[in-house]
Design a protein around this ligand. Structure first.
Ligand SMILES: Cc1ncc(C[n+]2csc(CCOP(=O)(O)OP(=O)(O)O)c2C)c(N)n1
Ligand code: SF4
Length: 289
């Protein structure tokens, strides 16, 4: 997005700590979501985002508590509906920086039907999925990204359902920015979030964020993740697909990035052609009458 309308005036900059709200996270000590939250504060600080011009929306889950911990506007919505919510916020006020956050259950189970549409419409939001490969809040049921054979209390014989590949899926949906990070690599995650926020269009970022209480995968992800090859060209979609399918490593970095008009730009240009002026005030008043 052009974030000009959401940046602090002149040379003003807030420290990362100033994006912390007064609400203290109640996540279990060691939860991967902490790493994502710290990176998020850093990204907002480095981009000099005005907290009064930023909105963080979420669905339900441990990760869904995220907006409460950020000094910005927040909306903790219902399970699986963060993308329609964030789309409405962005289209109602395109000048805002809008981020959607949540877990793999929220994103790929109950909310999965919304993902292709947000991607194909190229809604100018950044969608951060904290993927712990399990339902944390409801105490450890398998999620769509749980690996085959994952044995927990709710899957005593091991998970028997093939996991989805979120990167492959969003590439197929034509998301215009597709990236993956790991919560234990906060500098990289900060960089990905910054790139997602400044990308004009739908930015999808999957971040491995282990659930220490129900499925501690820190060691596993340290072993199996690797940076994308240095010569990867993120405009090459077929290369991105091949890397997303790799069985050698789970690659981290920007798989794909393409510039194409975002939904708010298309709507604005259609309105201009039709001579239809838009303002948030007019929209709100239309519901009052
Ligand atoms: C309509 C509806 N169905 C089911 C639930 C129960 N529920 C709450 S959170 C959740 C899944 C949480 O997993 P995930 O989205 O991966 O987030 P995490 O807690 O792991 O961060 C479920 C099934 C609900 N709140 N609402
Ligand atoms: S249950 Fe898991 S996902 Fe939820 S706060 Fe605890 S460690 Fe994090």
């Amino acid at each position: 997005m052009s974030i000009e309308t959401a940046v602090l005036h002149e040379d003003k900059k807030l420290a990362a700590a100033e994006y912390k709200s007064a609400v203290k996270p109640i996540w279990c000590p060691g939860c991967g979501d902490f790493g994502v939250l710290a990176s998020f504060y850093n990204a907002l600080s480095e981009l000099r985002i005005d907290p009064a011009r930023a909105v963080v929306a979420s669905g339900i889950g441990c990760s869904g508590r995220f907006p409460a911990f950020v000094e910005a506007y927040g909306f903790h919505g219902v399970h699986g509906r963060v993308l329609p919510l964030a789309t409405g916020i962005k289209m109602g006020n395109p000048d805002l920086v809008v981020c959607a956050v949540g877990g793999d259950g929220d994103a790929f189970s109950i909310g999965a039907g919304h993902l292709p549409h947000a991607a194909r419409r190229n809604v100018d939001i950044t969608y951060i999925v904290m993927d712990n490969e399990i339902y944390g809040l409801t105490k450890g049921q398998p999620s769509p990204t749980s690996p085959l054979g994952m044995e927990r209390k709710a899957s005593p014989y091991g998970s028997i359902e093939s996991p989805i590949n979120p990167i492959l899926m969003t590439l197929a949906y034509d998301a215009s920015f597709v990236a993956r990070g790991f919560s234990s690599r906060p500098k990289e995650v900060t960089e990905l979030i910054k790139q997602g926020i400044t990308h004009k269009g739908f930015a999808f970022i999957q971040i491995y964020s282990p659930c220490v209480t129900f499925y501690d995968t820190y060691k596993h992800f340290r072993e199996v993740t690797a940076p994308l090859p240095a010569n990867h060209d993120p405009t090459d979609k077929l290369a991105a697909i091949r890397l997303a399918m790799s069985e050698e490593s789970l690659y981290l970095g920007v798989f794909y990035k393409k510039e194409r008009p975002a939904l708010d730009e298309l709507v604005t240009s259609k309105r201009q052609i039709a001579g239809d002026s838009f303002s948030l005030e007019k929209l709100v008043n239309s519901y009052r009458s």
